[in-house]
Design a protein around this ligand. Structure first.
Ligand code: NAD
Length: 484
């Protein structure tokens, strides 16, 4: 069993509080780690160490700063399989999903190596006679990222590389459900000799989050997690005068037109809905069929839902792993039960099943529900599991109207061969990410990732050029040096 520690000013430390939570493998039910819950005193210590390190780190030339990232990338590649395995063990996703996630994380390290160009400012000579004007970009200071359980490797890397490449000192507060992957990410930075205090990690829950936001020494807060906590962190950070970006939950809708290729469409949508056991903020949760697509798509998605192979993620044949916790599974089962009571039809029922040899796993198999009530909890609230609902409409206008009436706006997808329908969809739909004939519209590291409405609180998103803007503040300089 691994005893997780905090990483403060270049050293691994146990917590003073002695309060430890168990880390559990969601497929086996085995306790695999213990996680310390930090105190406010420890938060104060880590922030001060970050402030100390910032003095020298911001003066370190950007070319030198990114050399650590080049070396870090090599370390991540070298330990690629070890980290992927760790992700599967503590988060439950399949090995191929873990590998895909880590690859996306590494791409963020590679992107941040462009910092010398990406953090440039701009200037004009002679804005008035003999007067020049410049904008330069400077780092903020100590910045914090609070991350969720479902992408333990990738999401910390949405923030860490860009934050330090731009000259900030970075504190990671990972999810208490998956701290071992975060420890891997930090350990490899330690191995490349990142100066003490530039990157640090502290474990804990709400109290630690509150203390990090309230501390006068932190300058910016990045958060990824559920909408209620995103809303809370956003308000608290604003109250404390912090720069903040909060990515929240989702309930993504996919629209299927009757001209779509049904077999391939259903395969892609099943992968989106059930991949990572539906514990993905870009999972399709609801399909809206248009006209004649109803019958064809329903038959195809029933087949794709029934045949998905659920199993332990370390078994390469598995296509879907377990829920993160027993509580999460029973919460989702309540969503399914409520839909049933409201008159929806369960076409494929994933409840009450177990994977052979893994009796203690948090299993919930793919579940497909037809005719869900648009006003139901399943439609209005994120279930975050392998549950997929079907709604039927007569035309694309109705489908778009339905999407735009939803509280979330992370992603919306359309399957069609009709270019005019695709254009109308991307033009009118209120969501931050649009997929056309794709089930997961995920931005590459060099594009920003953000949703609309209850899926995102803030202005600048994670990743891409937004990351560089978020982690730097502009300074205007107006100069007159001429003698004439
Ligand atoms: P969560 O909101 O429970 O936890 C996220 C982080 O907040 C964790 O580090 C946790 O320790 C901390 N936290 C938990 N309760 C807190 C509280 N009361 N006060 C302050 N901090 C608290 O989310 P989760 O279950 O770990 O992750 C799943 C959620 O994340 C889903 O809703 C999913 O849609 C969302 N998510 C969104 C995106 C996106 O880009 N929009 C990406 C991944 C996950």
């Amino acid at each position: 069993m691994i005893k997780v520690q905090h990483y403060i000013a270049g050293t691994w430390q146990s917590s003073d509080t002695g309060i430890m939570l168990p880390g559990v493998n969601p497929a086996t039910g085995e306790t695999i780690s213990s996680i310390p819950m930090a105190s406010r005193v420890e938060v104060d210590q880590i922030v001060r160490k970050g402030q100390d390190a910032f003095v020298q780190w911001r003066r370190t030339p950007v070319t030198e700063r990114i050399r650590y990232l080049f070396a870090y990338r090599e370390k991540l590649e070298h330990h690629f399989e070890d980290i992927a395995r760790c992700m599967t063990e503590e988060c439950g996703k399949t090995l191929s999903e873990s590998r895909g996630e880590l690859r996306r994380g590494i791409e963020n390290v590679e992107f941040a190596c462009g910092a010398p160009s990406l953090m440039q400012g701009y200037n004009n000579e002679d804005v008035a006679s003999g007067i020049d004007e410049h904008i330069i970009r400077q780092p903020l200071g100590v910045v914090v990222a609070i991350t969720p359980f479902n992408f333990p490797g990738m999401i910390p890397l949405w923030f860490l590389p860009c934050a330090i490449a731009t000259g900030n000192c970075f504190i990671l507060k990972p999810s208490e459900k998956v701290p071992q992957t975060a420890s891997w990410l930090i350990r490899l930075l330690d191995e490349v000799g990142i100066p003490a205090g530039v990157v640090q990690m502290i474990n804990g829950g709400r109290e630690v989050v509150d203390a990090l936001i309230e501390h006068s020494g932190t300058q910016a807060i990045s958060f990824v997690g559920s909408t209620p906590i995103a809303r809370y962190v956003y308000a608290k950070a604003a109250e404390n005068g912090k720069r903040v970006q909060c990515q929240g939950g989702a309930n993504n809708v996919v629209v299927v037109m009757d001209d779509a290729e049904m077999e391939v469409t259903s395969e892609i949508i099943a992968e989106s809905a059930y991949g990572c056991a539906g514990q993905r903020c870009l999972a399709n949760s609801l399909a809206v069929t248009v006209g004649g697509a109803r019958k064809m798509f329903t038959e195809a998605i029933v087949e794709a839902s029934r045949t998905r192979k659920v199993g332990y993620g370390l078994d390469e044949a598995s296509e879907m792993g377990p829920m993160i916790t027993p509580e999460s599974r029973s919460n989702i089962e309540q969503f399914i039960g409520a839909s049933e009571k409201e008159g929806a039809r369960i076409l494929v029922d994933g409840r009450g099943k177990v994977v052979d040899g893994f009796q203690k796993g948090n299993w919930l198999f793919p579940t497909l529900i037809d005719g869900v009530d648009p006003a139901s909890k399943l439609v209005r609230t994120e279930a975050f599991g392998p549950v997929f609902g079907l709604i039927h409409t007569d035309n694309l206008d109705q489908a778009i109207k339905f999407i735009n009436s939803q509280p979330y706006g992370n992603m919306a997808c359309l399957f069609t061969k009709n270019g005019a329908a695709a254009r109308k969809f991307r033009y009118e739909v209120e969501a931050g990410n649009i997929g056309i004939n794709l089930g997961i519209a995920v931005p590459m590291a060099f594009y920003p990732f953000g949703g609309y409405k209850d899926s995102f609180f803030g202005t600048l998103h994670a990743e891409g050029k937004h990351g560089f803007e978020f982690y730097t503040q502009t300074k205007l300089i107006v100069e007159r040096w001429s003698n004439n």
